[in-house]
Design a binder for this molecule. Sequence first.
Ligand SMILES: Cc1cc2nc3c(=O)[nH]c(=O)nc-3n(C[C@H](O)[C@H](O)[C@H](O)COP(=O)(O)OP(=O)(O)OC[C@H]3O[C@@H](n4cnc5c(N)ncnc54)[C@H](O)[C@@H]3O)c2cc1C
Length: 399
Amino acid sequence: MQHRIIVLGAGYAGAVAAGRLARRLRREDVAITLVDAEPDFVERVRMHQLAVGRELRPRPFGEMFAGTGVEPRRATVTAVDADRGTVTVTDGTGGTGRLTYDTLVYALGSGWNTQGVPGTAEHAHEIAGRPGALRLRERLAGLEAGRSVVVVGGGLTGLEAASEIAESRPDLDVSLAARGDLGDWLSAKGRRHLREVFGRLGVTVHERASVTAVGADRVTLADGRSLPAAVTLWTTGFAVHPIAGATTLKTGDDGRIVVDGTMRSVSHPDVYAVGDAALVAGPGGKPLRMSCASGVPTAWQAADAIAARLTGGKLPRTPLRYVNQCISLGRKEGLIQYVTADDRAVDAALTGRLAALYKELVCKGAAWGVTHPTLGVPTRRRGVVREPAAQDPAVGAAA
Ligand SMILES: Cc1cc2nc3c(=O)[nH]c(=O)nc-3n(C[C@H](O)[C@H](O)[C@H](O)COP(=O)(O)OP(=O)(O)OC[C@H]3O[C@@H](n4cnc5c(N)ncnc54)[C@H](O)[C@@H]3O)c2cc1C
């Protein structure tokens, strides 16, 4: 009988995990099903580009996984029963189905995080996913010259979004509200460059500005001031979907599934979590942040660990660490901030056009890795053994 592996979510992490599993295991031994609500791969790291009117190449899952041994299935996951080993899904017609797994890879990613700020859900836009980016695109396209756009959040997504909007719509009055100082986690060179580019693009920066409420045409700050905002774009981090939190899986306060260094759930050994959905300790015990940069290596780690455990092979040790933060500042400018393994900025940064090109190559490389799921992965297919015998627990926190 085949071992049933179900991968939930075909974003960066889920698609990579499914492709790698197919490369590591023999088709006669395993049935790999990849479930996603969308028909094609969504390049989330380009949602700010989609929002300003750029087109993204469609990448249907059917084509991506043709001939790989992975069966894509279009359905929305509504629940997971981690004790019974089942997943409840609905299809496009509203029909409900139940899938049974022997091993589950949970990779449902994340969405935007309103942080409960009043008015945000009703009035703010978001670009954490495609529907939000398309709504913002429509709104921006209809926005007359001189109107104000306030980007809330001075993190990576906020910086990328503010510069992208300002560059593509110089006729709008774009500002950014950051809780701290602009780019305060970056190196001195990085901060300088950021100010320079924002200055050139005409982005007004409101520093130490906490937004406490969002209205239809303004945002209110903690100090009582308010900023006019024909459009408010909310980018204050990501939040995971509530599905895992509703199971008996051990989750962190933020709803991410707590996993060990092999990405295996600490409460349910037949469940793995990868990408934004996983709460895993990185270097120094610090949880990895939600990002492609760490999400893709978690997928490699999970796929290799599952294959090792099923075949009695050696458990892998994929390094889960950071190298740099790649920030686009419009299409012509960028900032590559080099960081320590645990994501703290060091003194070196690459700026300017070269940085923009570097960032573009990173995005292209990530999409290539996802859309060619079995290429570039050495085939090391081994037979599944009846009594999996990989040496456990070999891997602790990621190193
Ligand atoms: C504008 C923007 C820019 C970014 N830039 C960067 C960057 O430069 N570098 C970086 O490292 N990270 C960046 N990120 C973060 C990065 O996109 C995410 O961390 C990454 O996409 C997480 O990958 P994932 O596979 O865990 O989740 P996702 O990519 O979100 O994939 C999850 C998948 O699950 C599917 N899904 C979700 N819920 C369900 C359901 N109930 N049923 C069925 N399917 C479901 C979705 O359709 C999706 O395909 C950026 C994010 C945004 C929004």
